[in-house]
Ligand binder design. Structure first.
Ligand code: ZN
Length: 724
């Protein structure tokens, strides 16, 4: 019954985790009966956002592990059937990028590796990373149910993904189209609207002579793809031209081009007349859609490698920027562009790939799969968008912090159809009757196959809550779905949360979770983004090794209010390590006092009040009860930082600094052995209950000490009853 002199987290944490895992404590028992009674335990479910199985866990992962584990441990102690379902994501495009870099480092070319071998290598790479990642989750103390772990490429998950795709198809919500898509020429794949970001850039704005017009453009190289000139119908300057075909001089000779009137043209921009290039601009593409009968369709002039094609005449084969420079020079020489009129400080927003920063080329591509977001399904009911909007408006789903509700609804307003096909090898292949047929044929013929496409990884992870629970244990879906809380990063609200809400309701008829809790980014102490190049990265596993998982967890949650970015540094972990030492030393003192008691004298009855000998005793018990109430309320309302600060303050200042100090003289002045025993019992009681309150935040040290207590009220702290 004595603790070692110094607290040494490294030595014990692994052992304690094994004790929990082997004890089966992470696996909930489905003991509560439906309909679930409010006063009794009930299911509490969190589906873990499956980390990408392509590298080590970073500090952001450590944050989500801490927050979710706090909720799970709290609910488990409260007597709920607490399920935290872990998983791993094959992470399509993300993993492809990581793997491509690895190949590059090894001096190998992806194009030279046979596809089958490439996929095998990628699977080995992903599975070995998955194993590393799972062990790292253990090191962080994640009390998730490993017996239910799922991987996004598990056969049963893929089956669910295909069946959802089929249902969407049946409902007329999937179409395959030749449509304008976001194209990253570096990564050679399309990207969805949420995978691009906008950067403000300064580029020259050119005024090109176009017959009687002068058109402002930042992209003169796309002019070979022009199919019309557009003006605003209210613009009196150009009234007489609308509907006419004008002859214009171009660098490739004379050409005829139609003038159309469209309300989208901004009369204030440039000269109020713009060129329409439907194959390379989203707005122009839409303009063409509105004037399909008047003007020719899109003319592609840039290929998928970002080079000019044969329609660009002498500029064919040049890269975009190179061609732009050349074309401008030639136009100046030919008098089609006045050098003095170039506006060199034109600021505009440019779409770039969120991964590599390459400027996104809007490109017309064949065989792209889209999900209709705003159309009603053939079988009846609301569109995918409206299903989600309604669930949020009806408060079936609530956001913490609340401001994200508005952000969510605003984004939903402007939703475009979702491009779910990617041109990378890594992912779930899109089932396509035509390509299936061809694959069979290819055994006898060598006819060129249309490149196989895979699903956007968010199409599968967007089905994660129901796809997992439908395929773990029998009855899980009925018991644990809808889940309780979706805790994730605010940065993937649209990528992931929105898609889960839409697909979850569409497939199951129920919103996949009741609460969405969003956390911010973990930044460095100056609130700069952590990055390897800046050298300001805090490696979570390295700090666990050095200071213990408890110190890291407490530091992450301590100053972290919902939705806000966190300023973080190692100092904060060291400060919490000091707190862990304080807990250790205080516990040693209490256990030393307890050593004076006979085992039979250890107080186990709930009515601790009859042991009170002094005002100090009375006050500490009152403060403990007060703190328990507050901490409970804070956890229930997702104010984890408040809960952490209160229990920290209680333990350090109220219990250690005040009460323990007072008991030293109280014990010294005791008149009887009985009085002494009463004080030792109050010390033991307050320690035990404090350990319970601390456990969700600092699970390892609290369990280690609990195991030494003579007044244990459960086999392990992880399942001990939460203080009421
Ligand atoms: Zn890219």
């Amino acid at each position: 019954m004595e603790l070692e002199k110094a607290y040494n987290p490294k030595e014990k944490e692994g052992e304690i985790y094994q004790m929990w895992e082997k004890g089966g404590y992470f696996t909930p028992k489905k003991t509560h009966k439906k309909p679930f009674d409010k006063t009794q335990g009930r299911p509490f479910t969190i589906i873990m956002p499956p980390p990408n199985a392509n590298g080590a866990l970073h500090i952001g992962h450590a944050l989500f592990v801490t927050l979710q584990d706090i909720m799970i441990r709290y609910h488990r102690m409260k007597g709920d059937s607490a399920l935290w379902l872990p998983g791993a994501d094959h992470a399509g495009f993300e993993t492809q990028v990581v793997f491509d870099k690895k190949l590059e480092k090894e001096g190998r070319k992806k194009s030279e590796i046979p596809k089958e071998q490439l996929l095998k290598e990628m699977m080995d790479f992903t599975l070995s990373n998955k194993q590393i990642m799972e062990n790292q989750l253990r090191k962080l103390g994640a009390s998730c149910d490993w017996t239910r772990a799922k991987f996004t490429l598990d056969d049963d998950i893929v089956k669910v993904v295909y069946s959802t795709f089929e249902k969407l198809k049946q409902d007329g919500l999937i179409y395959k189209g030749n449509r304008l898509v976001n194209w990253c020429a570096k990564h050679q794949t399309t990207l969805s609207d949420v995978e691009i970001k906008y950067e403000e850039r300064t580029d020259p704005l050119y005024y090109i002579k176009y017959g009687p017009f002068k058109l402002a453009t930042v992209r003169p190289e796309t002019k070979f793809g022009d199919t019309a000139i557009a003006v605003n119908p209210k613009d009196n300057r150009y009234k007489n031209y609308v509907g006419a075909e004008v002859e214009v001089e171009t660098i490739l000779g004379k050409a005829k081009i139609k003038v159309i009137a469209d309300e989208s043209v901004d009369m204030e921009f440039g000269t109020g007349a713009v060129k329409v290039t439907p194959a390379h601009d989203f707005a122009d593409y839409e303009t063409w859609q509105r004037h399909k009968n008047e003007i020719p369709g899109p003319k592609i002039v840039i290929d998928k490698y970002g080079k000019m094609n044969e329609l660009a005449g002498p500029y064919a084969g040049m890269k975009i920027l190179e061609a732009r420079e050349k074309i401008v020079a030639d136009m100046i020489a030919k008098g089609l562009l006045d050098e003095k009129e170039i506006d060199k400080n034109y600021k505009h927003n440019v779409a770039v790939c969120y991964k590599c920063g390459t400027v996104i080329e809007p490109t017309l591509m064949d065989n792209q799969w889209f999900v209709k977001m705003t159309e009603k399904p053939a079988s009846g009911g609301l569109s995918l968008r409206d299903l989600a909007v309604e669930a949020v408006k009806n408060q079936e789903i609530k956001f913490t912090p609340q401001r994200f509700e508005k952000i969510f609804l605003q984004w939903m307003e402007n939703l475009r159809d979702w491009n779910i096909s990617r041109q990378i090898p890594w992912g779930i292949p899109i089932p396509d009757e035509k390509s299936k047929l061809k694959t069979q044929k290819s055994k006898i013929t060598t006819e060129e196959n249309e490149p196989e496409q895979v699903f956007d990884t968010w199409f599968s992870s967007g089905q994660w809550p129901f796809a997992t629970l439908q395929n773990t244990q029998k009855g899980d879906f009925e018991y644990f779905y809808p889940t309780s809380v979706m805790e994730t990063g605010a940065d993937i609200l649209f990528f992931w949360v929105a898609r889960m809400v839409m697909l979850g309701i569409y497939i199951t008829g129920k919103a996949p979770f009741k609460d969405v809790y969003l956390h911010g980014l973990v930044r460095d102490k100056d609130k700069q983004k952590m990055s390897k190049s800046k050298g300001n990265v805090v490696d979570p596993l390295g700090t666990v090794e050095q200071h213990g998982a408890d110190a890291l967890r407490m530091a992450l949650v301590f100053a972290n209010s919902p939705g806000q970015d966190i300023a973080f540094s190692e100092d904060k972990i060291i400060a919490q390590k000091r707190f862990a030492n304080k807990i250790w030393n205080a516990s040693r003192f209490v256990l030393q006092q307890a050593n004076t008691l006979q085992t039979s004298d250890v107080w186990k009855s709930p009515d601790i009040g009859c042991l009170i000998e002094s005002k100090a005793d009375e006050e500490i018990l009152k403060a403990l009860q007060e703190t328990s109430k507050e901490v409970t309320k804070d956890i229930e309302t997702f104010q984890f930082h408040e809960a952490a600060q209160k229990i920290y303050h209680f333990f350090w200042h109220t219990f250690c600094d005040v009460y323990i100090e007072q008991t030293k003289s109280q014990i010294a002045n005791c008149k009887s052995q009985n009085e002494k025993g009463n004080t030792a019992n109050i010390l033991l009681y307050v320690l035990r209950e404090s350990l319970k309150l601390l456990h969700p935040f600092m699970p390892f040290i609290t369990e280690q000490i609990y195991q030494m207590l003579p007044n244990k009220d459960a086999k392990a702290l992880i399942i001990a009853p939460w203080p009421e």
